[in-house]
Design a protein around this ligand. Structure first.
Ligand code: NAD
Length: 431
């Protein structure tokens, strides 16, 4: 099939590469010329495990091409995926500016029947809006369909999730579009992953429901972690005991520093706005959001309970919002570092992958290329992102390098007993 992907960020590049790898001809579009220049030279613009190999292979085969020319992308393909960003605007709604611009241009350049696929996360009703904008911009009446095909990939496991999705949701009111979308995804669904066809509005809500559920589970555990701390219980044991219940399941039940990233925070906020716009109550999701905001201060409060943060030097391990990605959007590390700096602390930081991105948003932080170097002569270490490489480092060495053996483990990756036996002042979350 001939496909166009508009927006070559985390979703666009993984989806485009994955679809090319299935044998389709894929044109990837972006209005960021620098990105397009790099990609056109066969260089990836972001880190995603396993992506480089299939990207390079499909790029070299000519199945994957990059251009800023949307007109070409619209004319040469039958299916056009909108994968542009939908960040939070000042009113905490999904900012649909880019989606609307693309819809207008697709309408303007349309030369033949097209399926326009909303893959960006957009509020219920956006497919209708896209349909309207396309129609208004058409030069002549050409039939087209708008499909909602929300994306569920996780950064850090994007390629794996593309190849083995739990499900593929196709929201459509057109048999023709349904047939084309099923033909496109058939080879992925071959691995017994269901394709679920539904109405457009339900598909749009499924995406927000998924992220709101994950966020709720995290805030749920974070709130319980405070009770564990007050009573001497261990949130990790509570999480395990809870997750063994087949009705509940074990995933997304970890207490920590709160969720971050480019999806959960903005999608919870956008869902709250959408509910309110439809005169529905949103108090459950408002609480989820508030608990998350508060949780980001927990590390700083813990540090303040054992040292005077003012004029201290604090080492931070992990800057990305989660392991295996270089994405620092809404990363708890950013909030924590800024809070520490406001209190007068100097910050030393290390991250295996995300340092170049973090440099662009953080001021006055000293970055290191090695976790041990980052902690030398620091008053405390804070573990913010649970990169695997932090799990088995030489803790004797860590103790020697730190000025004071204080570790705040924001992700509960170390054993309190072992850390205490080594002579650390160890502060985890909810234990
Ligand atoms: P991103 O910011 O990484 O990428 C968006 C890309 O769109 C950028 O390269 C940007 O330059 C481009 N763009 C913006 N306006 C454009 C325009 N007018 N014309 C052409 N290109 C334009 O975003 P992302 O993380 O890939 O997310 C994209 C969408 O997918 C969002 O709605 C997001 O909520 C959703 N989503 C993201 C993830 C994820 O893990 N990142 C997962 C599921 C869904």
């Amino acid at each position: 099939m001939k496909l166009t992907i508009v927006g070559t960020g985390y979703v666009g590049i993984v989806t485009g590469t994955g679809l090319a790898n299935l044998g389709n001809d894929v044109i990837c579009i972006d209005n960021d010329r620098k990105k397009i220049d790099m990609l056109s030279n066969g260089k990836l613009t972001l880190y995603e495990p396993g992506l480089e190999e299939i990207f390079t292979r499909n790029f070299r085969s000519g199945r994957l091409v990059f251009t800023a020319d949307l007109k070409r992308g619209v004319r040469e393909s039958e299916i056009i995926f909108i994968c542009v960003g939908t960040p939070c605007n000042e009113a905490d709604e999904a900012d649909l500016t880019a989606v609307k611009v693309i819809a207008g241009e697709i309408g303007r350049y349309m030369n033949d029947y097209k399926v326009i696929v909303n893959k960006s996360t957009v509020p219920v009703g956006t497919a209708e809006l896209v349909k309207k904008i396309v129609k208004e911009n058409q030069q002549e009446k050409i039939p087209f369909d708008v499909v909602s095909n929300p994306e569920f990939l996780r950064e850090g496991a994007g390629v794996k999730d593309f190849e083995n999705p739990d499900r593929i949701i196709i929201g459509t009111d057109s048999k023709k579009a349904e047939g084309l979308m099923i033909a496109l995804y058939r080879s992925v669904a071959r691995t017994n992953r269901p394709i679920m066809v539904t109405d457009i509005k339900s598909a749009e809500i499924i995406k927000y429901a998924g992220n709101a559920m994950l966020a709720t589970r995290i805030s749920f555990m974070n709130q319980l972690s405070h009770l564990c701390e007050k009573t001497g219980a261990d949130i990790r044991a509570v999480s395990r005991g809870l997750g063994l219940d087949g009705r509940i399941g074990s995933r997304f039940l970890h207490a920590g520093l709160g969720y971050g990233g480019s999806c959960l925070p903005k999608d919870v906020k956008a869902l709250i706005s959408t509910l309110k716009q439809h005169n529905c109550e949103a108090d459950l999701f408002e609480a989820v959001d508030q608990i998350n905001e508060r949780q980001k201060s927990v590390v700083v409060e813990k540090l303040e309970s054992v040292i005077s943060v003012n004029e201290s030097t604090i080492a931070v391990w992990g800057l990305s919002f989660k392991p295996k990605t270089d994405d620092i959007r809404e990363a708890p590390a950013i909030t924590i570092i800024e809070k520490l700096q406001q209190l007068g602390a100097k910050v030393h930081a290390f991250d295996p992958i995300a340092t170049p991105n973090a440099r662009q948003v953080l001021n006055d932080v000293t970055f290191f290329e090695n976790p041990y170097e980052a902690i030398r002569d620091c008053d405390a270490l804070v573990v913010v992102t649970e990169w695997d490489e932090f799990r088995n480092l030489d803790m004797q060495e860590v103790k020697l390098l730190l000025k004071q053996p204080i570790v705040v483990d924001g992700r509960n990756i170390y054993s309190p007993k072992e850390m205490e036996a080594l002579g650390f002042t160890y502060l985890g979350i909810g234990r």
